[in-house]
Design a protein around this ligand. Structure first.
Ligand code: SF4
Length: 414
């Protein structure tokens, strides 16, 4: 055999993605820019992960995401300690661990990057949960900065004209708020340009995620959890478009070369809810040991899930609908429909449900979704009880036993 005839070794089959380093560099520069904003005359706004960031970008305000920080805290395995500190401050252990970790960090500049840069303003959108309302009120009081709240009613069954008008009117208040606090008129022309870049970035992100319809999948949901950072933090900037263009090319090359995220891919699974940040590697290895690839997830797809409602030629006008119809702001029936569509699209024959102690709105309807998926699609589901950041709620032996048993069921059903 010539070297090229030889079968690829497993580690070569799952060769490291070169985009990983570039993303780390971009995120490092992003946080340096945010931390030195005071020296460059820029303002910093803390904003919720589902919030409308584009108007901030249009006004050259640097957006910073306490939830992205929470994910970093989780990945750095600092979550349990910070959550304990918040509990010692009087916050309930039932409060979201992102909120607890962030509140505990603020007073001591704690966490993996020595705390977030001080905000000049806060922007809170409750399209992800109600927790953020109180969390941001606490931080607005602590930092003594203005807080803008965008109220997006839950879409229990359908999107209504009244809801559209209600949110649209608040977006006018939002741009007025930014004009007042940036001390210059809001730049609507720039917003139109930022809106086009936002849509382009989301389309590319969608294409990146869709590469996993191929067998074997060139990446897994664990990779998506990592590459997600830019579409969350810098949506609406050229760097996002450039990065995902490059990542997409890399993934297409992996598809062409038959490079698998999980060598010998045999099982294709869908993940539901946030990642368990402090155990992503362990979980990735655990599933890979069963030749199971998490080919899609409901979490990362949320950042391109409302593209159908965005109009790049009327970005401001279409934002009301797009920001209100994010996955986590839907009723359980609509969520279940989306899950079943994803199972079909990605040819997934199993579902892993992270019942997340912290994120109540994400976890609330999961057992109904599980029942619907099992009844209508005949697809087995595994429920893992944990928390995305607070490692005190992760029982390795229990979860390992459940995964092993679930994989046996999947294997026997094939
Ligand atoms: S409760 Fe869920 S949506 Fe709300 S901040 Fe926590 S993780 Fe995010």
């Amino acid at each position: 055999m010539t070297p090229t005839d030889q079968p690829l070794e497993p580690e070569k089959q799952n060769r490291k993605m070169r985009s990983v380093k570039r993303l780390k560099d971009i995120m490092t520069h992003y946080y340096i820019d945010a931390k030195t904003a005071g020296q460059t005359g820029k303002q910093v706004a803390w904003i919720t992960s589902g919030g409308p960031v584009e108007p901030l970008i249009a006004m050259d305000v640097i957006p910073v995401y306490p939830e992205n920080h929470g994910a970093m805290i989780g990945a750095a395995k600092m979550g349990a300690d910070l959550c304990e500190k918040a509990e010692a401050m009087g916050y309930s252990g039932d409060l979201c661990s992102y909120a607890r970790a962030d509140i505990a960090c603020a007073s001591v500049d704690g966490g993996p990057i020595g705390g977030l840069p001080r905000p000049d303003m806060l922007v809170c959108c409750n399209n992800i949960c109600g927790t953020v309302l109180k969390w941001y009120e606490v931080q607005a009081r602590y930092f003594k900065v203005p807080l803008f709240i965008l109220d997006t009613p839950v879409n229990h069954t359908e999107f209504t004209a009244e809801a559209q008008a209600y949110v649209r009117a608040q977006l006018d208040e939002y741009v007025a708020f930014l004009g007042a606090h940036c001390k210059r008129p809001f730049d609507f022309d720039r917003l139109a340009e930022v809106g086009r870049l936002s849509v382009a970035g989301q389309r590319l992100w969608q294409q990146v995620l869709e590469t996993t319809v191929h067998r074997p999948a060139p990446m897994s949901a664990f990779d998506a959890f990592f590459h997600l950072a830019l579409i969350v933090t810098l949506r609406g900037t050229p760097i996002v478009v450039d990065y995902y263009t490059e990542l997409l090319e890399e993934l297409k090359t992996r598809v062409a070369d038959g490079i698998a995220a999980v060598p010998g891919e045999r099982h294709r699974l869908l993940w539901d809810n946030l990642p368990i940040w402090y155990r992503t590697r362990w979980l990735a290895q655990k599933f890979a040991a069963h030749a199971a690839c998490l080919v899609a997830d409901t979490y990362t797809s949320s950042w391109c899930g409302t593209l159908d409602y965005l109009d790049e030629n009327d970005f401001l006008g279409s934002m009301a609908q797009a920001y209100q119809r994010v996955y986590i702001n839907l009723g359980t029936d609509q969520m279940a429909e989306m899950v079943m569509a994803m199972l079909d699209k990605y040819s997934a024959h199993g579902m892993v449900i992270h019942s997340n102690r912290s994120c109540k709105p994400y976890s609330l309807g999961q057992y109904d979704i599980q029942r619907l998926v099992q009844e209508r699609c005949g697809i087995p589901c595994l429920v893992i009880e944990a928390d995305m950041t607070d490692a005190r709620h992760f029982s390795e032996s229990q979860i390992e036993t459940r995964i092993d048993a679930f994989m046996e069921v999947l294997e026997s059903s094939r």
